[in-house]
Design a protein around this ligand. Sequence first.
Ligand code: ADP
Length: 482
Amino acid sequence: MAKQDLILLAMNSSPTLDLMARVLQASEFETAIANDHQALTKSAHEAIPALMIVEEKFDNKDGFAVAVDILERFPTMPIIMYSESGDPELALNALKNGLSGCLQPPLKTDDIVNEVQRTLNRARKLGDWVRREVRRTTASLEQKAKISEAERVKLEAIISNIQDGVIVLDENHRILLANKTVYGIFRLDGSSILGQYVKDVIPNADLKALIDRTRNGSLKYHEINFDDGRVYNAQYTPLPRIGSAVTMQDISYLKEIDRLKNDFVHTVSHDLRSPLTAIMGYMELIERTGALNESQRDFLERLQASVQHMTSLVNELLDLGRLESGFDTRRESVHLDNVLEYSLNVFESQIQNKRIQLTTSVSDDLLPLRANPIRIRQMIDNLVGNAIKYTPENGTIKVHLFMQENQIIFRVTDSGPGIPQEEQGKIFEKFFRASNRPADVEGSGLGLAIVKSIVESHQGRVWVESTVGVGSTFAVILPTHE
Ligand code: ADP
């Protein structure tokens, strides 16, 4: 037999209470009676009734207050208010207080049973619905948890097995994650480095420089060099609400290829210099051996121009080789405004010939640089020379030199043809020449590569901002103390 529903009657002893108990028992309900507040609380806790009937004036207390108190502890408990008074407002009050129904005299057997049955049915439906919803939500949460756990395991497996080193840091630069490759790269013993400050467990100057300089956004990637010749390219990525990630790829083999290529270019350029000098010398001698006719003179002049072009190319390649191999260690106090002045003096006639309007602005708080004056002059000559070379007649060039937080900024802005956006990333590579350069402008494509090497050997940065058809700005930042 199905378990009977227990109805708790919280009523004062009276014939009505007896009647209700009898009627309910006759309708197959189990009943329990609580005559005072204490008995009510005990039964509500221990017997857990399916429904309660509370009398409006119960144990000398306000029945509504008693009911509200029970509802606070058992919010889904169906409660029916019974009142002797026959107050017409009772039903409304019961609803307002969150009760499920009410009973008033004259009490008929059917009224009692129907009201109890109706209230129980409603409570059951509500209970079923709540259980269904809870089951549904739990199932969906379980499903989601399963998916995200599977994703986490997958991600962890990928990160720990990839060939690149991956370190994830929190906002205070404590290590949240470091994969196996990182332990190998920095030759760490197997003990865990999680939770520790990166500078304490990986004392590598290049890594430290990358992390420190990313704070002000000035650096996003950096090479990490090891004494045994290994080189890694490290990239820094900020991770919102986590901190940051540093990934490292082994580029030792690329560096080796680059070194071999540079050695080759350097050797070839070096070996070409002597025959070129000889050719130049003999060409000068030809003129002294006897009179030349007009064609011979014309051919000789063309030969001389070509050999001069080759010689300057070879010199530029040798220069670049010297800069890249780090031989440029000469450092002395250099006043950039003076160097700029000398450079502009030399270009004066070219500027006038092309009727270029030149404006110069040099701030008077410039600090001196620790630099190689010859290289700095070469850098300025290349940038100003390019601006003049690529700017058409009657164009404009603006040169700015100013301080910004202990750094000197040098900017050359021209109204030349500009450089296509997609080519701007390659502009500092050796031999690269932009596709939109004017056909009659000669060049080797080495000038900007030399500028970049010079700037970097002085711990600075160079970049271009350019719009095709409007012009270009080449900007250089140089720290005033290394
Ligand atoms: P080049 O000897 O060809 O001038 P550079 O290395 O100095 O070699 O410059 C590389 C290329 O960059 C040039 O060929 C040209 O296409 C482009 N470039 C350099 N400076 C400018 C400029 N001021 N305006 C437009 N294009 C420029």
